[in-house]
Design a protein around this ligand. Structure first.
Ligand code: GDP
Ligand code: MG
Length: 604
């Protein structure tokens, strides 16, 4: 294929606006997949993707399309649709020259539409707005066209109005791809320069990397080098994705496809890496950075006898997802486990769900935390820690104020789009989460876009759910990384009759200490069995108690319920009580069942 006849593009959209459905129609129209099959989100291969309707791993497909008497090669490069994966989105976009920006004709522009548009805009791609679902009864494509003009400065006449579900007008989308997106700017005569924009692990063949060729060509048998690791590999197989792998003899600059070269795990083919021919080094493509985990959580087997199973499941899953960081950890309460780092909350949930569904592992996931930083105050300390700033991913490592000039917390720039009637309530919610308003724009008469700077830890647990419930599901939210800010952080202890429970130590913002402390005390009180003496459950900062709950003395008599009834029932109850008390941990003279810890530590 001559370069002029190639187009590389991607589809971006807010979740559920119809990206996968449009991809199915494009695949059908170009004969890539058969229309008679039940084509529902063909590119979403993982079970969690189908269930949650999101794309976790990007998939790519090469489409052949005849237009104006000419054959074109259209490479559809799928991107993960969610902000957690925004680094991967921007890498996929760098293999494209244009995007289809899909917007639901009923819902209009949503937060993720805005975030995705700016990723494409910053990458200087041609943006083709596509208004989808015009078949819906409440569709208002005119209004959405005006929103697009207002927010993105794209003339509303440029919008293509379609129904991906029914296939209406989808062929004009393909024509627009050919007419409005430029062919890739590449040099086939130069030595190979290829971008890795995705990679997956296959048990039998090792790593399968998705690549885009910027310069030169690539054949089976070539010796290639990773600019990131400097390791050399021999190419075993190259080909196009159709959307299944179809081996070819060569790949040429301007094309995208797959590569298998004996790489053993995905860290050897990291997203954003540049590949070149052995002995022909090239300037690597800009922007390689390792994905940075922003949310950490402890993962423990429910039963320690399952430790080895869980270990192998985590190993297998991380082979496929190098953005998850893994550290061994252990907790007095929960036993041996791991502390895992994720790109964001959705990434964490998806990982957990895959552990359960694909590997049948049942796990305890602890409440997520964010990576705080502490700037050390003396040269001596810097020498001791070998760093000026230490990152604290575990509250147990929180350095005392006396060692620190300041603490820092990660912040994000959040976008909320909502019908105007919920604006007041949403502003209250944002304020309660210590957010600072940066901007407010009306995108039409009854919709407003709010921009806030949020401390990341204020949104990792239940912000999204609160936002959805106070707006009856109508507000949408998205965010991007905005660095670190100074934070007034303190370490909070939880005490039982004056003894510290080490596994419940938390790092909190001073303003939030009371609320968080009270909630932990309440949950602990509710899950501690009553004993023969009273128990004081306290949250304290240093020696100052800030919250207290009391577990009254009372020995629960399980037999009382039976009214002297049948004996087997009594025995069952006694047995159950004994099981519930297994694996007790003693703090002072108080026995804590494992379940109590799970209830306090687990994600709500
Ligand atoms: P994605 O999250 O952007 O990939 O969205 P999907 O393609 O999974 O679509 C989300 C939902 O919208 C699915 O239930 C689709 O059947 C539905 N949908 C997609 N396109 C249309 C359309 O043109 N009209 C209607 N009525 N529904 C559509
Ligand atoms: Mg989808």
């Amino acid at each position: 294929f001559p370069v002029e006849d190639i187009r590389n593009f991607s589809i971006i959209a807010h979740v559920d606006h119809g990206k996968s459905t449009l991809a199915d129609r494009l695949l059908e129209l170009t004969g890539t997949i058969d229309k008679t099959q039940k084509n529902k989100q063909v590119l979403d291969k993982l079970q969690v993707e189908r269930e949650r309707g999101i794309t976790v791993k990007a998939q790519t497909a090469s489409l052949f399309y005849s237009f104006g008497g000419k054959q074109y090669l259209l490479n559809l490069i799928d991107t993960p649709g969610h902000v957690d994966f925004s680094y991967e989105v921007s890498r996929s976009l760098s293999a494209c020259q244009g995007v289809l920006l899909v917007v639901d004709a009923n819902e209009g522009i949503q937060a993720q539409t805005v975030a995705n548009f700016f990723l494409a805009f910053e990458a200087q791609l041609s943006v083709i707005p596509v208004i989808n679902k015009i078949d819906l009864k409440n569709a208002d494509p005119e209004r959405v066209g005006k929103q697009i003009e207002k927010v993105f400065d794209i003339p509303s006449e440029e919008c293509i109005k379609i129904s991906a579900k029914l296939g209406t007008n989808v062929d004009s989308v393909l024509q627009a791809v050919i007419e409005r997106i430029p062919p890739p700017k590449v040099h086939r005569a130069n030595p190979l320069k290829a971008l890795v924009f995705d990679s997956t692990f296959d048990q039998y063949r090792g790593v399968v990397a998705s690549i885009a060729l910027f310069d030169g060509m690539l054949s089976k048998g070539d010796k290639i080098v990773s600019a990131h690791t400097k390791k050399t590999y021999e190419v075993n197989q190259v080909g196009i994705l159709n959307p299944n792998e179809q081996p070819t003899h060569k790949l040429y600059a301007g094309q995208v496809g797959f590569l298998i070269a004996g790489m053993k795990d995905v860290t050897e083919a990291q997203i954003g890496d540049t590949l070149y021919l052995h002995n022909h080094p090239v300037e690597p493509l800009p922007g390689f950075k390792s994905a940075k985990p922003m949310v950490f959580a402890g993962v423990y087997p429910i039963d320690q006898s399952e430790y080895n199973n869980l270990k192998s499941a985590i190993e297998k899953l991380t082979l496929n997802d190098s953005s998850v960081t893994v550290h061994r950890d252990s907790s007095l309460a929960l036993g041996a486990g791991w502390r895992l780092g994720f790109l964001g909350l959705l990434h964490m949930e998806v990982f957990n769900q895959r552990l359960e569904q694909e590997y049948n592992a049942s796990v305890i996931l602890t409440t997520p935390t964010v990576p705080y930083k502490a700037v050390l105050s003396s040269a001596k300390l810097i020498k001791e820690y070998k760093e000026k700033e230490i990152t604290i991913i575990n509250p147990a490592q929180f350095p005392d104020k006396s060692k620190v000039t300041e603490y820092l917390e990660p912040v994000v720039l959040g976008t909320v789009i909502t019908p105007t009637e919920y604006t007041g309530k949403i502003m209250e919610l944002c304020q309660a989460r210590r957010a600072i308003q940066k901007n407010m724009t009306f995108i039409d008469e009854n919709r407003v876009m709010l921009k806030y700077l949020f401390p990341l830890n204020e949104i990792v647990v239940d912000f999204y759910d609160s936002l959805k419930s106070l707006s009856s599901g109508y507000a949408s939210f998205d965010y991007e990384d905005a660095g670190y800010q100074t934070a007034d952080l303190i370490k909070m202890d939880i005490l039982l009759n004056g003894n510290i429970v080490e596994e419940l130590v938390t790092v909190v913002h001073r303003e939030k200490a009371y609320t968080v402390g009270k909630s932990i005390c309440e949950r602990l009180k509710d899950s501690l069995p009553r004993q023969l003496f009273e128990i004081a459950v306290q949250a304290a900062i240093g020696s100052k108690v800030i919250a207290r709950e009391t577990v009254k003395a009372y020995r629960k008599n399980v037999l009382a319920k039976c009214y002297g009834g049948d004996i087997t029932r009594k025995m069952k109850l006694l047995k159950r009580q004994a099981e519930g008390k297994k694996k007790l941990r003693k703090i002072g003279n108080i026995e804590i069942p494992k379940n109590a810890f799970i209830k306090v530590l687990k994600t709500q």
